[in-house]
Design a protein around this ligand. Structure first.
Ligand SMILES: NC(=O)c1ccc[n+]([C@@H]2O[C@H](COP(=O)([O-])OP(=O)(O)OC[C@H]3O[C@@H](n4cnc5c(N)ncnc54)[C@H](O)[C@@H]3O)[C@@H](O)[C@H]2O)c1
Length: 325
């Protein structure tokens, strides 16, 4: 393999990891995809299945990965995680996935990898925090997929409700990828106009304030509905991860709401959550700090509190009998 190949290692060959591989393979962004799973049969089966599509794909090598693949990877995407089982609490899951992330990060460090690392495993903001701490605090190179998916859902629903091409709708979901997330209406623009100016002239709904509340709730509840229908969400997150991959491998300096370790931005510190960031080949090039109206800043701070509580619970659990890092 020549040195200038763009290599992506995907950890976790479940619903999310394979949807990402499928989208990534078609994108032409990577020259080599290495897929790793602790269930090696699952990784082998998916690699063979994808390989049989090579005649229909851009030039690409697809292999079952090993930890040695971390050494020359440009990008490592972690989708590995435990699924919640009956009788397990959310905190049990949090601790189990934290242990998985920490073990994977140790393997990556052992291989002296300089790759950009994207975490998708849930709860993604807490897992991003664990990954950064495990690596000794590299907040630029390690980040989470955050609310890139939620922002896509938000844009899709606004586009559909307003009857406007999704490419002309600019909108962000901030905070936790989860129940405490918020729609940043102050940053939402359609046709170059702030949404507050656009809604009164749009004319597609009778009560646009009510519609906004309904859209915000529908975005927040999206994953629950999809999981009720089919047990997992995977296609849109696969595409969202591919969009983030484009920013890294093509060094596009794209503004994306990825989950990053804040260091005073928005008045928040030592917590990972999503705000608009410039993403490049280095990872997070810059956190964009804009002045939010007071009620949005309050919602963001509340989201940070929720995540800080989860981080504290992990720290506490670390010293309990049940936590085995
Ligand atoms: N960030 C997002 O927007 C987003 C969206 C959807 C799902 N997710 C999360 O992504 C994760 C994966 O979801 P899924 O539906 O693919 O789950 P899944 O159960 O289908 O797949 C997870 C895979 O991880 C593997 N795995 C577990 N521990 C491992 C380890 N130590 N090393 C290698 N592989 C390991 C399992 O064998 C399994 O194949 C979950 O945490 C889920 O909540 C995140």
């Amino acid at each position: 393999m020549p040195n200038n190949t763009r290599k992506v290692v995907v950890i976790g060959a479940g619903a999310v990891g394979t949807a990402y591989c499928y989208a990534l393979a078609q994108s032409g962004l990577a020259d080599h995809i290495a897929l790793i799973d602790k269930n090696s049969s699952l990784a082998h089966g998916n690699v063979l299945d994808l390989r049989h599509g090579l005649p229909f794909l851009p030039s690409l090598t697809i292999t079952v990965g090993t930890p040695e693949d971390y050494q020359d990877a440009d990008l490592i995407v972690i989708t590995a995680g435990a699924a919640q089982k009956p009788g397990q609490t959310r905190m049990d899951l949090l601790s189990m996935n934290a242990a998985i992330i920490r073990a994977i990060m140790q393997d990556i460090q052992t291989q002296a990898s300089q790759a950009v690392i994207i975490i998708a495993t849930n709860p993604v903001d807490v897992m991003t925090y664990v990954a950064i701490q495990s690596a000794g605090g590299d907040r630029g190179r390690i980040f989470g997929s955050g609310t890139v998916l939620d922002s896509a859902r938000f844009r899709q629903m606004l586009s559909s409700r307003c009857g406007v091409d999704i490419q002309n709708v600019h909108a962000y979901i901030l905070g936790e990828h989860g129940d405490s997330e918020l729609a940043a209406w102050s940053m939402t623009h359609i046709a170059g106009m702030p949404i507050d100016d656009y809604c009164p002239i749009c004319g597609t709904c009778e009560d646009w304030k009510l519609e906004r509340r309904q859209i915000e709730k529908a975005v927040r509840d999206s994953a629950y509905h999809i999981i009720d229908y089919k047990g997992a969400t995977n296609w849109a997150i696969g595409l969202a991860l591919t969009r983030i991959t484009r920013a890294v491998l093509r060094d596009t300096h794209s503004v994306l709401t990825v989950s990053t370790l804040l260091d005073g931005e928005y008045g928040l510190k030592d917590v990972c959550l999503s705000v608009p960031c410039i993403v490049s080949a280095k990872g997070i090039e810059k956190v964009i700090e804009s002045k939010l109206p007071l009620h949005e800043q309050d919602l963001l701070s509340n989201s940070a509190n929720v995540l800080e509580t989860a981080i504290k619970e992990i720290r506490w659990n670390r010293f309990s009998n049940n936590y085995n890092l």
